[in-house]
Design a protein around this ligand. Structure first.
Ligand code: AR6
Length: 174
């Protein structure tokens, strides 16, 4: 068990960290699931910030991430990360999901943030099998923080019982 990684079950908009990660879509214009919850809690300032980025950069491709202010959510920033849609596993989904986590960690570290919370990216509307997605999330974060001082703490925020159980087991095996 790495002391720098933990799992909790709950709503990511209520976690006390420096930065939370959103499971966004390429438009960055909001959606359902965790994206809907984050935009609802943050208020219109978050959508306005995403619109500015969208005007500058267009779509955010799967595997990539951008950072904005957090509106009314009491964290310092939101990282909008676009995970891959699951197409059966032969369309570079694993590579893209790993890249999604790495790019999010890079953004947090580059901004000097010490604590970050991730949802289980791609495991809802995007259909990624939960076990496989959790293994990639945990392995990627473990390797990343093993080489770097930031972020100091990574919290996996699970919404459903199944993801919570999977993440707890994976973290216990580290
Ligand atoms: N806090 C933490 N986790 C949550 C919350 C919450 N408040 N709400 C849901 N989850 P999803 P995706 C979990 O569908 O699969 C959106 O419409 C949920 O149980 O939010 O990456 C976007 O706009 C699941 O385990 O994201 C995209 O179009 C996990 O978050 C698309 O969905 C991810 O589920 C992205 O799909």
């Amino acid at each position: 068990m790495s002391e720098r990684m933990s799992v909790i079950q709950g709503d990511i908009t209520r976690v006390e960290v420096d930065v939370i990660v959103n499971a966004a879509n390429p438009s960055l214009m909001g959606g359902g699931g965790v994206d809907g919850a984050i935009h609802h809690a943050a208020g219109p300032a978050l959508l306005a910030a995403c619109e500015v980025i969208r005007r500058q950069q267009g779509d955010c491709a799967p595997g990539h991430a951008v950072i904005t202010e957090a509106g009314n959510i009491p964290v310092k920033a939101v990282i909008h990360a676009v995970g891959p849609v699951w197409h059966g596993g032969d369309e570079h989904e694993a590579e893209l999901l790993e890249q999604t986590y790495r790019n999010s960690l890079d953004l947090a570290a580059a901004n000097g943030y010490r604590t970050i919370a991730f949802p289980a990216i791609s495991t809802g509307a995007y259909g990624y099998p939960k076990e496989q997605a959790a293994k990639i999330a945990v392995d990627t974060v473990y390797r990343y923080i093993g080489l770097r001082p930031l972020p100091e703490q990574v919290v996996f925020v699970c919404f459903d019982d199944e993801n919570t159980r999977i993440y707890q087991q994976l973290l216990a095996q580290l």
